[in-house]
Design a protein around this ligand. Structure first.
Ligand SMILES: CC(C)(COP(=O)(O)OP(=O)(O)OC[C@H]1O[C@@H](n2cnc3c(N)ncnc32)[C@H](O)[C@@H]1OP(=O)(O)O)[C@@H](O)C(=O)NCCC(=O)NCCS
Length: 174
């Protein structure tokens, strides 16, 4: 059956990866088969180890019973360099509690159908919910400069250019 141009977000099942879910079958490379952010490398060589050692939580997205995307979330904190001036609390803590979107990838065959959109909205919703109970001032992620505009649509700001050429992005939970 042909895939619809846009998938209804209500048809996406977003949950933590369980023992029965195999996310290693995903192909999250770029269309030219490169992997500039190491998303595929993470999936194939690091995801299980990170998860087993509580370094990240692995999430998967299913559409009609098939795993079509994944993302990873961790508790984190960011320094003042990564907090926009307007959000800095003067002469107080130098570190701000954050939810880190460590990795995120939609399978090549399922892109452009708002699955990435559903993941971003899910993460933003989770961070806001956490923040009601355990302070989580912001969401942070790192990406390539050319991808920053993808996250800007959710009001993420670029706060810093990193030494590896990537950029750090910030979104307040409030
Ligand atoms: C980035 C990614 C997660 C987006 O997932 P997706 O499900 O295709 O995204 P959506 O369908 O929600 O959004 C697609 C929109 O984003 C835009 N988009 C995709 N890549 C973009 C980029 N690099 N920069 C800016 N916009 C981008 C598309 O043009 C499209 O725009 P439209 O809605 O106006 O047509 C997916 O392309 C992917 O997995 N890429 C490889 C791994 C990766 O880069 N992960 C992110 C690591 S930070």
């Amino acid at each position: 059956m042909a895939l619809p141009d846009k998938i209804n977000p209500d048809e996406l099942d977003i949950d933590i990866v369980s023992d029965n879910d195999d996310i290693s079958t995903l192909n999250c490379r770029e269309s030219d088969s490169t992997d500039p952010l190491g998303v595929q490398d993470f999936l194939e060589t690091k995801a299980q180890i990170y998860s087993k050692n509580n370094l990240t939580s692995l999430w998967r997205v299913k559409y009609k019973g098939k795993i079509v995307a994944f993302f990873s979330l961790s508790m984190s904190s960011i320094g003042l360099d990564d907090v926009p001036r307007s959000k800095q609390v003067k002469e107080m803590t130098a570190r701000y509690p954050a939810l880190l979107i460590g990795q995120m990838g939609v399978d090549k065959n399922y892109r452009g159908r708002k699955i990435g959109d559903a993941i971003c909205k899910h993460c933003i919703g989770l961070a806001r919910k956490f923040n009601e109970r355990i302070a989580c001032a912001c969401i942070t992620l790192q990406t390539t400069e050319d991808k920053a505009s993808y996250y800007q649509q959710y009001f993420f700001e670029t706060t810093r250019k990193l030494r590896n050429g990537q950029v750090a992005m910030y979104l307040s939970t409030t």
